[in-house]
Design a protein. Sequence first.
Length: 567
Amino acid sequence: MAQPPAYTPAYNFSDYQTSNPADPLPGNRLDIELAAVKTTTDGIRTNLALIQRDDGAIANQVVTPDSFTAASLALIGGSWAPRGAWATTTAYAVGDVVSNSGNSYVCAVAHTAGTFATDLAASKWLIIEAGSYAADDIVYDNGVSALAATDVQAAIDELASEKANSADLGGAALLDVGTVAGTVAAGDHVQALANGGTGATTAAGARAALDVDQATNSLTAEAAADDADLVTVYDNSAGAMRKMTRANFLAGVSGQDTTARDMAILNAFDISELMGRSALSLGAAVVDAFEDQAGIDAATSTGELFDAAGTYGTVADVTQTDNRARTNILFGAGREFVDLFQAATNGGVIGSISVYTTVAFTGQVAVYRDNGAGNYTVMAEQAAVHAGAGWQTFTLSSPYTVPSSGTFYVGCYRPAATFEVVTGGGAAYGGAVGVGASFTKDVNDTVPCAFVETLTSAAMTLVSEAITAASAPASARVTLDHEDVAGTAVLNTDVVVSASRDDGTTYTAAVLTVLRDAGSGRKVYVADIDLSGQPSGTALRLKGEQLNAKAGRWHRWAVQADVALSF
């Protein structure tokens, strides 16, 4: 979309009024100026509608990766590193996070700190959270700890040792410090309660009050399972700390939130479509938005229909067209033209017919049956008024269902004129015959025609190409963007998704649930699949089934695993 035209005044009304003080302003000139202003404001409103929704928010799909500078993309995609309180003369890198005056900032430009206000004004810092801390806030304290211990038990023992060495504290809960009893001065160190803030008088009592034994035992048990690539998390449902392997983390445990991963997949769907990408590898996930057929194993899939809109399913709208070279030929009489470039599909439904010409005409578009030996029968026709501006599509008021046997083509009837035709690429007959009548061609030329037909199949099995896993995956999470055309399909009965880790020999079916309902029968489903009972293997495949003659379109799918995937 071009920029709105600038408004430049074409007439000086002040000069006119000076020269003609008793006369009204010239209305025709005023109309011209107002029309020019309207052209500019209309252009502004049109462009604004492209970037702003009616609720005032930015319009969907406006901000794309190429909208950002390389520096912005690096900041968004990089990892952020907490650096505590801001300090002058410190070297900061992009992504460093600091606190200053109760606010949190992220570094946008690598630099050595000078004066914070000056650096902030120079856009070296971006504010990410404003405001002071409140009760129950979790804050980062610059990474400095009074404890030398590096694990829970050592920290408890260190606290107990400090208590034993602090005879002046005794069993008291509070310690008075400073130059005046009960007053805390700058530089004083305060221990509010003995033994880690619990008030307990022994290390065992502190552990019991803090429930540390349970946490320590949980950590020890998890660590015993796998010492590599561990992450410590709090399992809310069990009320305990867990040290989990990457496999456990990705497979999902009690209290783990999978929303972020699901949202990442939905975003990857959109990005894949915007970029026109084939199946896309994303570390531990593979996304296929069906922009082409590269990610589907045609040899093992059955009944699948693919259309240019990028969907698979048991129903598809397929466009057939004729882009062969054309020659101008003058025909002295009206003719029936049959385009033999592409036959219609038996059982398909022709919904529209398009004709190419640069000469306007009033005639008909039609469907013809090939009877053999150059003889054709008009099966259906509809009036067509063509503007002569190239391709023009005519929607059939009564879509034509192609019989299950026989050969059928589309074409048109045109009155006498000079036409752009494909020589030797069709069949033509001088005259109009009408529906049900037959004719035998007298020349082998045709006017270029195209058509859109809706194809259907009773059932579909869609199988992905093999996805390579770094090692045998124990679990997978599948995502399916599906459209129930008739609104009668039963989930997990008529729409079924399965996964295999042994290259398609053994499949385990998913129990799909709704993640998002987009309306009009289109929903996004997700499911976790346990693969651990299958024979071990690293060739991961997805299988989708549309069953029981329930029409459906499969728009996009994805799989995540507990190991790295590549495609």
